[in-house]
Design a protein around this ligand. Sequence first.
Ligand code: ATP
Ligand code: MG
Length: 452
Amino acid sequence: MLSFIKNFFSKNESLVREPQIIPAALHTLSRDRLSHLCLIVLDTLNAAGFEAYLVGGSVRDLLLGREPKDFDVATNAKPEEIRRLFKNCRLIGRRFRLAHIYFKKDIIEVATFRKEGKEGPHQSKNREGILKRDNVYGTLEDDVWRRDFTLNALYYDVKHNHIIDHTQGLDDLKQGIIRIIGKADARYREDPVRILRAIRFAAKLGMTLEDHTAQAIAKKRHLLSSIAPSRLADESHKLFSQGNAVNTFTLLRHHEVLQYLYPLTEKALAHPTLHLATDKFILSALKNTDARIAENKPINPAFLVSVFLWYPLQIQLEKEPPSKEYPDIQLERVAQMVLSKAKKHLAFTQLVTETVLDIWLLQFNLIERKKQRIESLVSHPRFRAAYDFLCLRALIEDNLGAAADWWTRWQADNEETRHTLMAATASASKPKPRRRRRRSSRKPSEIKIEAE
Ligand code: ATP
Ligand code: MG
């Protein structure tokens, strides 16, 4: 599989390995495999006399024959120097200052080499030892040791067409090993998000965590509770949107890390009566997500949030004392409560929150199938997501099969079938007392569909 190393290791077993320069003849990277925009950035930096390398996931993925998600560049140019070279450059980030070079809708991220520094205005840690700022600049030799895993610390020099490997990352890549650079405990303490990254890469690349990299997770995972909910939300989205969500979920549970992202879900997975349903429901949704990604179909990040929190919502509803509220009013109130608890850990956007609420609240109407509501339901921006959600529920709740099936047939777009379905609905649906509908504070024009 990994022919990119072209027998390098079998020929060079006895080499002293630090650092290794892998010449063009011994690897499969070349200029023409890089994006045009990335070449503009690398060439401009080189032409101005700076060192500039392609690094990180793009080198890793290209060597594995995968399509890189993005192209990351590392350089000895300081952020201000980068800004002077590119008109289309914006400097971002306080914790980790980066240059973003904009080309219409594409961005190339350029990071200045970092090194381990003394605590001060440019590098600081909080009481738990978590890096709050990491902006002490250094050389390539320094930068290597600040990176997370050996397979992410390969530097491709486009000028000489060689790869620089200080950490035997190529060896690990060849063997399918995710190995943290340096002492695992210390590196996870500095940045606990590396735990999530280790799991993400293991799941995404089908690789194994090296022993220390795996064992230290148990000692440091509690530190994930100190990470900003907005950063965790970003990481959580990455975890489940790369086509290996089922494996990722299994690994997150194996390493007891899910509780730092979705503590309510973790509780539902241990619930005396609902644990099996929760597990089956989530796994079915993740399987669908992976299948959609494999077919290049878009995914809606809110859909999985609605899945992860559905059984926590049911558990909370079960605890509710008897009330005179209409069931859908009660559902909305409890749903808001569950979502605001979940947001203490993962800061979903407002759009995600509203989409989740819609998916959940539409369940009532989809099951009820009131004749006069059918058309407006079908044209609801979240109809498709709510219908998918209902189909998923029908896998677990036998009594929902008929409703899911009804909507599947309705969408088949056959007038005759619709007529029959409608006639059946008219006689099946019982009149319900009227109530005031939830009013959205958004104007219709503000309601966006992210993806179905
Ligand atoms: P992908 O883009 O496919 O998710 P990636 O490895 O490129 O994977 P990025 O988040 O784009 O991930 O980061 C680029 C590189 O920056 C990484 O490969 C790694 O070398 C370094 N890096 C990113 N996050 C960290 C971190 N938390 N700690 C140390 N190094 C990191
Ligand atoms: Mg990347």
